[in-house]
Design a protein around this ligand. Structure first.
Ligand code: AMP
Length: 216
């Protein structure tokens, strides 16, 4: 299966799509947001620095992201195909990723852009709640996956929390950054002839749309 680079606004369905592709096709899901959140919990100067940047909704410094990503891509489990989620976000990152990929002999694969509208995305973000214990995702605004009891996970009874950057102000920053920075990124991959747009309003059509581009 081809490696996938996913480009999408916050909450456009990257997580949902990735989960389906992991389950159905054995992809490995690599999210730079997850790599950074995990690094931010280490009790070091670097961990604290990352944590501050994340809670402001700003992009984390390139060199930090490149190092975390290259380390991850050196692991053997990526050989049967991986989904890159949240990276590259800028043209500079795309160029550096080209270097990393050729150093590690990795094929770029296919670039998928998930499309959705602003209001839908805002509700998904501002209403999002996660289970501390099992990681299940809920939403208190969209009417989809509303928890039965307030702040309690339906599946395991664990308590629900909000990511610190899942608020309206931070969403707006993240969305504006997305538009501003990814425009040239989309052009960059379009010029390479490896980019495709897929509508992400429904789970099923999103999956079907993406699956059309995965075979070598
Ligand atoms: P995400 O989980 O993809 O929504 O990312 C959450 C946050 O992690 C973003 O708002 C950024 O602060 C940071 N982040 C994730 N990926 C990158 C990246 N490629 N470059 C810089 N910062 C990133």
């Amino acid at each position: 299966m081809r490696n996938i680079i996913l480009i999408a606004a916050p909450a456009a369905g990257k997580g949902t799509l990735s989960e389906m592709l992991v389950e159905r096709h054995g992809y490995v899901h690599i999210s730079t947001g997850d790599l950074l959140r995990s690094a931010s919990t280490s009790n070091t100067e670097l961990g604290k620095k990352i944590s501050e940047m994340l809670s402001r909704g700003e992009l984390v410094t390139d060199n930090i992201v490149f190092q975390l990503l290259e380390d991850r891509l050196k692991q053997d489990d990526i050989k049967n195909g991986f989904i890159l989620d949240g990276f590259p976000r800028t043209i500079e990152q795309a160029k550096e990723y080209g270097e990393i990929a050729s150093r590690l002999n990795i094929d770029l694969g296919v670039v998928i852009v998930l499309e959705s509208n602003y209001e839908t995305l805002k509700k998904r973000i501002v209403g999002r709640m996660l289970c501390k214990t099992c990681g299940s995702v809920y939403n208190t605004l969209t009417g989809v996956n509303t928890p039965k009891l307030e702040n309690v996970c339906d599946k395991c009874g664990g308590s629900l929390y909000k990511r610190s950057d899942d608020n309206e102000e931070s969403f707006k920053t993240r969305y504006d950054t997305y538009l501003e920075k990814t425009k040239s990124l989309i052009e960059f991959y379009q010029n390479m002839g490896i980019l495709h747009f897929v509508n992400s309003d429904s789970k099923e059509s999103m999956l079907e749309g993406v699956e059309g581009y995965l075979n070598d």
